[in-house]
Design a protein around this ligand. Structure first.
Ligand code: ZN
Length: 139
């Protein structure tokens, strides 16, 4: 098990706005509240193949997560293309070696999805391009 939504806070997304993986979004198309789906995505449909030689040495201060880092930990870094998740490989005093592959890169992903609710999006959600409220964005 790589990830699980807490049962009291299912993930909310806005269908048709690329909030989730495209393969997952198309599998959910046309399904209703109360349905249960099992979806398998290849690495290509998921987070892409794992790329060797993608270890980078970056200054510790670029790591957004606070506290002591350890090998294998997933942390967020600021890049010119926005925030990215990387895996910690080796921690130095001022620098840290990270693997920039997405933690789920190269994996075939099996999803088990319980559709707990389907509702009409609000005007505000449509203009923001994401779901609000429980399981969605709060801002
Ligand atoms: Zn919003």
């Amino acid at each position: 098990m790589l990830e699980e939504s807490p049962s009291d806070t299912p993930q909310a997304y806005l269908h048709g706005y690329s909030n989730i993986l495209p393969g997952l979004e198309s599998a959910l198309e046309g399904h209703a509240k109360g349905e249960f789906l099992e979806v398998t995505l290849s690495p290509e449909q998921g987070y892409g193949p794992r790329i060797d030689s993608s270890i980078q040495r970056i200054p510790l201060k670029h790591i957004k997560d606070k506290g002591k880092l350890k090998k294998g930990q997933i942390v967020s870094i600021n890049t010119d293309r926005g925030v990215r998740q990387v895996s910690v490989m080796k921690v130095g005093r001022f620098v840290v070696d990270v693997d920039t592959n997405h933690p789920f890169a190269g994996l075939t992903l099996d999803f088990k999805i319980d559709i707990q609710d389907v509702r009409v999006a609000t005007e505000e959600e449509l203009s923001h391009g994401h779901a609000h409220g429980k399981g969605g964005h709060h801002h």
